[in-house]
Design a protein around this ligand. Sequence first.
Ligand code: ZN
Length: 415
Amino acid sequence: MENLFSYYTQVIFITFIVVNHLFEIYLSRRQVTTLHQHRNEVPKEFRTLLTLPDHQKAIRYATAKLNLSQFRLVWDAILLFYWFPFRGAEKLYLALPAVGVHHEVLFLLAFVMIQGILNLPWSIYSTFVVEEKFGFNRSTPKLFIIDRIKGLALGAILGIPLLYGMLLIYQGLGKWWWLVAFLFMTTFQFILIWLYPTVIAPLFNKFKPLEADELKAGIENLVTRAGFNAKEVFIMDASKRSSHGNAYFTGFGKNKRVVFFDTLLKGLATTEVLAILAHELGHMKLKHIPKSLATSLIISFFGFWLMGTLSTSNWFYTGHFIRIISPGVLLLLFSQAIPLYSFWFGPISSWISRKREFEADAYAAGETKAQDLISGLLKLYRENASPVVTDKIYSGFYHSHPPALERIKRLESFK
Ligand SMILES: [Zn+2]
């Protein structure tokens, strides 16, 4: 029975590796086809702000990224085959010398390092070839290397104690370890989200309060009306890495922030910046961060319960081609194999996220003019060379924001 379970799991696992990657390549091809079909004409809704050359640049840029992503998907599938059906992960575990809990930590660190090195060429190519070709890259090899080293150091400082904590809980607490591990992980995540705006993000970028004179009065007005403090609006030196513009909101409680990329402020009129700020404030006002935290808490609780249940099931390990029952292997399987199964739920989270974007847009349309948000968004599309056309299924899987046309139509209705 156990063997049969293990055998079926192996078949299902291999099927998922193959089907997921083929499906993602198919989605990417669909998107390329849709872009290609629209290459000769700017859709009529966008003609006032987008010229044909802008539109075509966006299509060429998106196509270049999609083509790269298809090679990347093949590469990812090969790596998965190597680690699991070809037993690379099992060999790695057995090759490492350490004992007890250190063995587990060493195994996971070695895996992350090898995977990181194998994937490095992709980010080098993407930054210094694709982004460079379309004029977006501002990073230098030096900054790129510094970023990697900082990321690695941060990962080690946060990740190693987290791993030891999880593994000690597993070893020391018996049957209910997963519940304690869940509480431990959740606390850790809350601390991270709390520290992110003021401690972690400043390691990579400089933040200063937004205080451009002509903006200040308008900002204070908007921010106070939303019930926030103008000190919570910051500008970030994103231009040192890339000329892509953006804005985001982060943190919760006293540590929340709205952050503008300096690259976003350059091309926009004051009224458009205010409309985008109103959109971000809408996310805060509508409590989108606490809401997504609550959702991810529920999912994570379920995930830990599942981990607890599967941790002693032999077939789960052998079914994923590792004949070793150990907490390190369990964590590896939950980070590498389970996402293949959960991939198919992606459209649900994209759908929720898009619904929240509409809500924030509605808030912004009430606080500022819908037209300012429309023109601000379209300028962002233009400056970032994001195509305004998209394939519906592709977008349903990957886009956290509604397609340009739907978003603008909805905004038009608020006028
Ligand atoms: Zn948003």
